[in-house]
Unconditional design. Structure first.
Length: 675
């Protein structure tokens, strides 16, 4: 929970200190001013600022520029319209906060000679005890990169202080992002200028996908957040397994390539079937690898194990083998030239495809730029309406068919995107084919080199006389035995890699089982009940506040798509009057808090309304709001700012039980001389 116990604003001038200092209570606190320019909103905005929530005031704006000039430039020191204005030398804002267990004071400067407005100082005490020797002090930063995640980031500290445990959600670009504090508090602090424009209208843009939906589900404690978190975790796991599977395939193929082994029946993606992994096999020269090894062992055994010497019988064998080796060399050289020719053609096709892709991507960029300029209202250089290509400027309406329609920019973009995807896929396939060709060339090259080496040794043997030592027979046996050793070692390595596939398959099965358990249903039965209760509470409050745009309260529901109120399936804002729009926001804000408390959700139990009585809301409705806020008792803290210059507001406040709320009457001027 968050409770503001005290707010102290200090403005230093040449004539002393001016500002605001007041203690806030649990329950309802009303800040009342006599007119619109008395500084009521400046007080509320100062509270936003000291918490690092000034984006709620100016959307994406940050820093002290979002504050009243009375804190940053000059301050009027009396109630006279023509009274004296003093330059602001320095100013600071202090908020004493409680989470129900611990009290801290947060200090932030609005103007200072050398301290920047991103600096936040946290005192582990009340305001009165800030400067005691026993009080620990820590300096932090806010609204800078890392402020929500790093140890010295103030919003990370505040999140932990409030025990909010903000979830990780999806950003608009598909990456992960934290649901920032200022997004959540944009649903709780309703700012005067922008906050009353619609449900959660004050939430600043923070590049979070479906941000309003994420805020509602977090505040009322829906399990959809946990399910989404688990889905993201499982997707990460699935992606990790897929990547490891691909890497395992690469390792397997590279090991096999070293010895000219062909891998067959290899599953290219993770599988649940162990039999698919069992079916993986390898071969060499059209034989299973095991059969090939056995054949080589037989050949090795057939060679003379004693010292090899030449005689008439083996000389004839050497002549026959020489002719065979020469024929093999010739065949393999022909094959090598054929593959090199294929390689040359494939490379030309590959580089042409890459060049075509670059042209397509350039055209796509030009069309997107043209579309962007057109959407911005540009007229110069936008050619799609006068039949000129946005890329090259040439006419594009010439056709064999006179009635053929030229594609629009949107159609062009769609067509080019399809072409881009097609060429990317084609280039990827061509690149893989080139790698296979390179591999085959490498294998053939090594085979020819070995055959030529054997040819040279065979020639040498034929030049020797009977009884001389035969190098070819020895070389052949050594080469065969060496190949057998290499292949048997390769089999062990390949089997080790195959073991990884079984491990990955088990992980894949577990991941898919968890994914199936979650299912595709976004809303659980429990969450559906919570949303129904939120809709009922919202409708109940609307009726209580005198909502008049529709009397079909039983048709009011919370959409399971947006988590926002609808009536007969339509947005509640549709056909609502301006005053009923305010009743919508009152009701939804309170319903969120009450349902959160009932569901053990994450609402920090604080609401701020700045000028909740606008758009000619009748006094009776405003009185109903105040009574409902008082009914919250000590379960929550509500701060509202009102301008009490009209008799209706004054009458409502005066009719309330004075003991049931805290009235902070600032009169005509919020910032007065401080003691």
């Amino acid at each position: 929970m968050l409770k503001v116990q005290r707010l102290r604003i200090i403005i230093h001038t040449e004539k002393g200190q001016y500002g605001f200092d007041h203690v806030f209570k649990s329950g309802l606190n009303i800040i009342a001013s006599n007119n619109n320019t008395s500084g009521k909103s400046a007080i509320i905005n100062s509270l936003y600022y000291v918490l690092g929530f000034e984006q709620l005031i100016e959307g994406t704006g940050t820093g002290s520029k979002t504050l009243s000039q009375a804190l940053t430039k000059q301050i009027r020191i009396d109630d006279d319209v023509n009274g004296e204005e003093l330059p602001v030398i320095e100013s600071e804002i202090l908020a004493e906060l409680s989470n129900g267990k611990r009290v801290i004071t947060v200090k932030r400067f609005a103007k200072h000679a050398y301290k920047k407005d991103n600096l936040v100082i946290v005192y582990d005490s009340s305001i009165d005890e800030m400067f005691l020797d026993t009080t620990s002090v820590e300096e932090m930063y806010v609204l800078m990169p890392g402020a929500a995640s790093n140890e010295q980031g103030f919003h990370k500290f505040l999140e932990e202080f409030l025990e909010m445990d903000l979830p990780i959600v999806t950003s608009t670009n598909g990456t992960e992002s934290k649901l920032y504090l200022q997004a959540v508090f944009g649903a709780l602090f309703i700012e005067q200028k922008h906050g009353w424009g619609g449900f959660l209208n004050g939430v600043p843009y923070l590049a979070i996908a479906e941000v309003k939906k994420r805020i509602v589900e977090y505040i009322i404690g829906l399990s959809t957040l946990e399910n989404e978190k688990l889905r993201r975790k499982l997707k990460k796991e699935a992606d990790s397994i897929s990547n490891e599977w691909k890497n395992n395939i690469t390792v397997l193929e590279q090991l096999a390539k070293l010895d000219g082994i062909n891998v067959e029946k290899l599953p290219i993606s993770p599988t649940l079937s162990v039999s698919e992994i069992d079916a993986i096999s390898w071969s060499k020269e059209n034989l299973t690898l095991q059969n090939y090894i056995e054949k080589q062992k037989e050949l090795s055994s057939s060679l003379i194990s004693d010292e090899p010497v030449l005689n008439a019988e083996n000389r004839e064998k050497i002549e026959i083998e020489l002719r065979k080796v020469q024929a093999d060399i010739a065949d393999k050289q022909i094959e090598l030239e054929r593959i090199r020719s294929i390689q040359k053609t494939a490379k030309i096709r590959y580089y042409k495809s890459k060049s075509s892709l670059e042209i397509i991507q350039t055209d796509l960029l030009n069309n997107k730029e043209a579309k962007r300029l057109r959407e911005l209202g540009a007229e110069q250089g936008i050619k799609d309406f006068d039949h000129l290509c946005p890329t090259c400027g040439q006419k594009i309406n010439d056709s064999l068919l006179n009635d053929q329609t030229v594609m629009s920019i949107d159609e062009n973009i769609n067509h080019l995107q399809n072409q881009e995807a097609l060429f990317k896929y084609s280039i990827q396939a061509q690149h893989k084919a080139l790698l296979n060709i390179d591999n085959n060339i490498d294998i053939l090259g090594k085979q020819i080199l070995n055959l030529k080496k054997l040819e040279s040794i065979l020639y040498g043997d034929l030049a020797k006389v009977k009884g001389d030592y035969s190098y070819s027979m020895a070389y052949k046996k050594v080469r065969i035995d060496s190949e057998i050793d290499r292949l048997e070692h390769a089999v062990k390595n390949l089997e080790g890699v195959i073991t990884n596939f079984y491990v990955l398959a088990d992980r894949w099965k577990e991941c898919m089982a968890k994914k199936a358990k979650i299912g595709n249903k976004i809303i659980s039965e429990k969450d559906s009940i919570v949303l129904k209760n939120l809709g009922k509470k919202f409708a109940e409050l609307l009726r209580y506040f005198g909502f008049r745009s529709s009397q079909h309260f039983d048709e009011i529901k919370i959409s399971e798509d947006s988590f926002l109120p609808t009536i007969n399936g339509f947005d509640m804002r549709y056909d609502s009057s301006a005053s009923d729009e305010l009743r919508n926001i009152w009701s939804f804000s309170l319903a969120l808090m009450e349902i959160s408390m009932a569901n053990n959700g994450n609402h920090p139990r604080i609401i701020i309304f700045d000028e909740p009585k606008q758009q000619s809301v009748v006094d009776q409705s405003f009185k109903a709001l105040c009574n409902k806020l008082i009914d919250q008792g000590d379960n929550a803290q509500i701060i509202i700012g009102v301008t009490a210059f009209d008799d209706g507001v004054k009458r409502v406040i005066n009719e309330l039980d004075r003991e049931s709320f805290e009235l902070i009457n600032i009169g005509n001027r919020a910032f007065k001389e401080l003691d």
